[in-house]
Design a protein around this ligand. Structure first.
Ligand code: ADP
Length: 637
């Protein structure tokens, strides 16, 4: 049989190139990646063996490493599930995950790439090219007789040919590059190097990793294969040990083992459930958000489910709500059946109970972190805050527990975020509501005219600028510590105290009366853009602003819904004008002289345009606005 030559997908070529010209400073990790693939293949065989018991080999499930210093080869072999010819092409010749593609694009754009991210995207296998010049994969799928040999030298092509393998499994043979300590390439055919790497990175792998080395005994001329008796790894499931027995370092290494993330986690939560349902869990919060955090279908390697130490599945989504999808870790349940399926999990009462327990634990741990180490908490918040706030959307969640964790920017201090409880603590006695404003960014929000009356009264306003904020605040969040949320950009605002009100009311009545006709005239000029023009209580320095009517969608939310393809009825804002402003006073003078003066309509348009811009919005006809403005400037000079 002759070998068939195939070309790699363009992205793989790029990836191989990155590996060959190495991105990681730490090349040792290629071995961990290959061992982890082998361990996954054994997991899958063990799992499928529950129903296909004839697939399970008589010998133990294990991973073998064989090194030959003279030939400079390193072999990693498993008797796991194996791959068919098609699977080899699919798994090693193409990249299916869009997360990986995005990662590659990002790497291309930024000069300082972040090698730590590689593992998250499942490019593990290709990392072998950091250590090898040529790689071959001989594999036979469990349940099949045929084996296939896949081979490449890391250029643009690979070959495939039919081959033989005594039993199902996969053998990966690396033709090693020469060791080069300057470049971080160790001697990967050396027994002690291999021992060290395996205990460092793969100690928790639950199958024995056995090492065979070609050695010359004293007096021998030719090297013989010598098998090391003890497995290289301890295989201890860390979550079964009491927390007091496990060092921080061990927790970190386990994290990196299950997530392929090489950065230390921010926090780990070890918990055990007792009583009706027994389960143990070891959960982690990563330090950094993965790039696929917002591609929900793509995000992988979340919670792994084990049943009595037997691996059942990766990404067990039923154990964590969407808004905690960044939580990683393992859950080991005592009482589930080993052949539980994803469909069954959804309805399983035990899974529901475990999930409830885990959510509570995670939120409690975050609350404790917030209290004990606010700086660290804020680092978490910067990465995952917007995702956590998604938990404020569903109707069935206990939102108070999440509100407890929310931080926001505020008008009080430019750079610092504040928690809601700190805000409430600072509220004056007669302040009834938690004032907030939403918009595209803090910069736009702080300059907003809507804040003027609040600034005047010394009232702090929270500034929310994540897209998700529009949605949860719009849905009327529950009271927080007995205080309602009140948007400063919506409905009528009245900040006057009782005594002030009495005086102001008659003053306002007079103003309303005096400006009545002018308001009507301005209203006619902008009737296509606004539903109402009225005098404002919230403006101090600015002449005008736009306000969302009570019960209407905010413009940002409207835009988001449209973008998501939803039909949203057109709703116009209210234009509020500042009766104390010189512009309005002068317009009144002009109006009294001649109610048909053309300047009135021009100014009405400008006041509206200004209000749109000040709110961070976009003008429907910017050219017309600039024309008006230029005309005005010319006259003024
Ligand atoms: P990842 O392991 O993150 O999915 P890899 O590029 O390392 O990414 O591997 C791609 C795929 O190739 C794996 O998902 C798996 O399906 C298959 N694979 C790799 N190594 C083995 C192996 N030793 N046995 C069986 N399948 C394997």
């Amino acid at each position: 049989m002759t070998a068939e030559t195939h070309e790699f997908q363009a992205e793989i070529k790029k990836l191989l190139d990155l590996m060959v010209h190495s991105l990681y400073s730490n090349k040792d990790v290629f071995l961990r990646e290959l061992i982890s693939n082998a361990s996954d293949a054994l997991d899958r065989l063990r799992f499928e063996g529950l129903t296909q018991s004839e697939w399970l080999p008589d010998e133990e499930l294990r991973i073998r490493i064989a090194a030959d210093p003279d030939e400079r080869t390193l072999v990693i072999e498993d008797n796991g599930i194996g791959m068919t010819r098609d699977e080899l092409v699919e798994n090693l010749g193409t990249i299916a995950r869009s997360g990986t593609l995005e990662f590659l694009r990002n790497i291309e754009q930024s000069s300082e790439s972040s090698p730590e991210l590689i593992g998250q995207f499942g490019v593990g296998f290709y990392s072998s090219f950091m250590a090898a010049e040529q790689v071959s994969v001989l594999s036979r799928r469990a349940g099949e007789d045929a084996a296939t040999l896949w081979k490449t030298d890391g250029g643009g092509e690979y070959t495939l040919e039919a081959d033989k393998r005594d039993a199902p499994g996969t053998t990966i043979t690396l033709h090693l590059k020469p060791a080069d300590s300057d470049d971080g390439v160790a001697d990967y055919a050396d027994e002690w190097t291999l021992r060290q790497i395996v205990t460092r990175y793969s100690d928790f792998v639950s199958y024995p990793i056995r090492l065979t080395v070609m050695k010359k005994e004293e007096g021998d001329d030719i090297a013989k294969a010598v098998e090391i008796e003890e497995p290289l790894n301890s295989m201890k499931a860390i979550w079964t040990r009491p927390a007091s027995d496990v060092s921080d370092q061990e927790y970190k290494e386990f994290y990196s083992h299950i997530t392929h993330d090489h950065e230390d986690p921010l926090l780990h939560v070890a918990t055990a459930m007792e009583g009706n349902f027994e389960a143990r869990a070891l959960l982690y919060l990563p330090s950094r958000a993965p790039m696929d955090l917002y591609h929900r279908e793509m995000a992988h390697r979340g919670i792994q489910l084990y049943v009595r130490r037997v691996f059942i599945m990766d990404e067990c989504r039923d154990l964590m709500p969407e808004y905690l999808r960044f939580v990683k870790g393992v859950v080991d349940a005592e009482d589930l059946s080993l052949n539980v399926s994803r469909e069954m999990l959804q309805k399983d009462r035990q899974i529901q109970a475990i999930r409830k327990h885990l959510v509570k634990k995670v939120l409690e741990s975050l609350k404790a972190l917030k209290k004990e180490d606010e700086e660290k908490y804020l680092a978490f918040w910067a990465q995952f805050g917007p995702v956590l706030k998604e938990g404020l959307l569903p109707f069935d969640e206990k939102k108070e527990r999440i509100l407890d964790l929310v931080y926001a920017s505020s008008t009080r201090e430019e750079s610092a975020l504040t928690s809601l409880d700190a805000y409430v603590e600072r509220m004056g006695e007669d302040q009834e509501a938690i004032y907030y404003m939403t918009g595209p960014s803090r910069e736009v929000l702080v300059g907003s005219p809507h804040l003027e009356a609040f600034a005047d009264k010394g009232l702090e306003v929270l500034l929310f600028s994540d897209p998700v904020d529009e949605v949860w605040l719009e849905q009327m969040p529950p009271d927080f510590q007995g205080k309602k949320f009140q948007s400063v950009g919506r409905g009528e605002i009245d900040l006057a105290s009782k005594e002030e009100k009495e005086g102001e009311e008659s003053e306002r009545d007079q103003e309303t009366e005096a400006y009545k006709d002018l308001i009507q005239c301005i209203g006619n000029a902008v009737q296509n853009d606004v539903k109402e023009v009225r005098l404002s209580n919230r403006l101090k320095q600015s002449p005008s602003c736009l306000v969302v009517d009570e019960g209407d969608l905010s413009p940002q939310l409207e835009a988001m819904l449209r973008q998501a393809g939803q039909e949203v009825p057109e709703r116009k804002p209210i234009l509020e004008l500042n009766p104390e402003h010189a512009i309005l006073k002068s317009l009144q003078v002009i109006f009294e002289k001649d109610g048909t003066d053309a300047r009135l309509a021009e100014y009405a348009q400008l006041l509206f345009g200004q209000a749109v811009l000040a709110g961070g919005g976009q003008l429907a006809d910017p050219a017309a606005f600039t024309r008006r403005l230029s005309g005005l400037m010319e006259k003024a000079l």
